[in-house]
Design a protein around this ligand. Structure first.
Ligand SMILES: NC(=O)c1ccc[n+]([C@@H]2O[C@H](COP(=O)([O-])OP(=O)(O)OC[C@H]3O[C@@H](n4cnc5c(N)ncnc54)[C@H](O)[C@@H]3O)[C@@H](O)[C@H]2O)c1
Length: 268
């Protein structure tokens, strides 16, 4: 039986852990070639662990073991040269890019008047500017083939205010403006652009936030989310299923939209 994304290539930032890893494995199972991008060196803010070369290498081994195809690249989404290198060499290996899952991100607490300029800049530069920078280098390939899908991983924090994470919420609201504007610019080229808005997801980021607050991961998820459905968080597989759908032909008329996976949170 042919697989849904056979001969398609997806470029994923923040691929080594959490949702990026989950999406990479799900697309590999559906036959897609994976271009995986994540940090190779430690960054200091926020204090919790981001990914390492070993995490990316582990993803590679898992994708290969499942019969998939993958190229891994280390770098920082804030660095244009790193992104350009990964995009160009990924295309050399697989011939094209069809889908961008722009997912790399950080989160940290701090009252807005107590944040340092460095903390503000790091949040906006990774979550918002890094997403734009990645798309900037992928879009010319999508335009050339007159087809493609860009999916930004925002958050429920991209659609509402959140206590003590104003810089995060601002960066994630920014992705909504980017999504809607690029949807207008790119529709003539048959390129769709969508933002997704998950509630708390059970990933190392949630563990990191819990550690920062001296709470357990479940406590942090319940405090920051407050889902309507009786779950503290959703799983990476729930996010992956949505991304599979949004990238597929079944979603061919969805563009410019904010796709909410919030277990009812935003209804309150
Ligand atoms: N976990 C949640 O509760 C939650 C909820 C909604 C949205 N999100 C968003 O989903 C996305 C993925 O988060 P996650 O939950 O999988 O977190 P995670 O921390 O498990 O994974 C994030 C990945 O991004 C990478 N990354 C961070 N900064 C980077 C940089 N400058 N350059 C390249 N890679 C970088 C990390 O190394 C890590 O592998 C983020 O944008 C996050 O804001 C998370």
């Amino acid at each position: 039986m042919s697989k849904q994304f056979e001969k398609k290539t997806i470029f994923i930032t923040g691929a080594a852990k959490g949702q990026g890893r989950g999406v990479a494995l799900a697309f590999a199972k559906e036959g897609a070639n994976i271009i995986a991008f994540d940090l190779g060196e430690k960054i200091t803010y926020p204090s919790y662990n981001k990914s390492s070369n070993e995490d990316l290498e582990k993803l590679k081994q898992d994708v290969l073991a499942a019969g998939g195809k993958i190229e891994i690249f280390t770098g920082d989404v804030r660095n244009a040269e790193d992104i350009k290198y990964a995009v160009e060499n990924g295309v050399k290996s697989f011939g094209s890019i069809d889908i961008l899952f722009s997912n790399a991100g950080i989160c940290a607490y701090g009252a807005s008047h107590e944040l340092t300029e460095e903390e503000w800049d790091a949040m906006i530069d990774i979550n918002l500017k890094g997403s734009w920078l990645t798309s900037k280098h992928v879009i010319p390939y999508l335009i050339k083939q007159k087809k493609g899908v860009i999916i930004y991983n925002s958050s429920v924090g991209g659609l509402r205010g959140m206590n003590r994470i104003s810089h995060y919420a601002a960066s994630k609201h920014g992705l909504v403006g980017l999504t809607k504007s690029q949807a207008i610019e790119l529709a003539p080229y048959n390129i769709r652009v969508i933002s997704i808005h998950p509630t708390g997801v059970n990933t190392p980021m949630n563990d990191g936030l819990a550690e920062m607050e001296g709470m357990t991961p479940i406590e942090i998820a319940e405090r920051s989310a407050g889902n309507l459905l009786p779950v503290p968080w959703i799983e990476v597989e729930d996010v992956a299923d949505s991304v599979l759908f949004l990238a597929s032909e079944k979603a061919r008329f969805i563009t410019g939209s904010q796709y909410v996976l919030d277990a009812g949170l935003l209804t309150r």
